[in-house]
Design a binder for this molecule. Structure first.
Ligand code: HEC
Length: 170
């Protein structure tokens, strides 16, 4: 009778080696999936923050990664920004940018208070620029399609100027 010795038979040996390898791969990917879950618990963000983060998803990446305005905040740019701001934005965002314009109390979502700088910084300069032209769905922030790019950047420059002015007077 032929006796097969599992360990010394070369074919069986490589089959066993492959099985062990597969088992190790399965185990390590299981551990990895588990580890990832443990390190990424569902954060409990406020509804408002969640809405802000959700709105960010609509903004194309090239605007999200911009960390400064490409238009220098010269006197001309700031004057233009101020003019457009007072004509179009202060009714909601307030003359000083505190979010308390005359139309604010009638709104379900309160207009952004630009002077809460940490909060406002959730949207970087490129994102503010995009938001002005596209609005923010569900919040009542309108889309202002009439502004040329330099006019929009002037508005963004002016928002940062309002923040700077308020930081200096505090
Ligand atoms: C009808 C009221 C209304 C008007 C007018 C309005 N906004 Fe808004 N704006 C809002 C609301 C509401 C939000 C959303 C607030 C939030 O999500 O916290 C918002 C959000 C924003 C944001 C994002 C928040 C931030 O801090 O970066 C920017 C930028 C902005 N507005 C700029 C402007 C500019 C510039 C104008 C004028 C051209 C303007 N808005 C006019 C209501 C308004």
């Amino acid at each position: 009778m032929m006796k097969i010795n599992l360990v010394s038979d070369p074919v069986s040996r490589s089959v066993i080696a492959i099985l062990i390898l597969l088992l190790l791969i399965a185990l390590s990917s299981f551990a990895f999936a588990h580890g990832k879950k443990a390190h990424n618990p569902d954060g409990k963000k406020s509804e408002h923050m969640q809405a802000m983060m959700a709105a960010k998803k609509d903004i194309p990446e090239e605007y999200r990664i911009m960390d400064r305005t490409p238009l220098m905040p010269t006197d001309d740019s700031l004057q233009q920004g101020e003019k457009f701001y007072l004509q179009n934005c202060s009714v909601c965002h307030g003359e000083k940018g505190d979010g308390k314009g005359p139309a604010a109390s009638a709104m379900k979502t309160q207009p952004a208070n630009f002077l809460e700088t940490k909060h406002s910084a959730i949207y970087g300069p490129g994102e503010k620029y995009w938001i002005i032209a596209n609005g923010i769905k569900k919040t009542g922030m309108p889309a202002f399609t009439q502004f040329a790019p330099t006019q929009r950047w002037s508005l963004v420059n002016y928002i940062y100027r309002l923040q700077k002015d308020s930081a200096e007077t505090q």
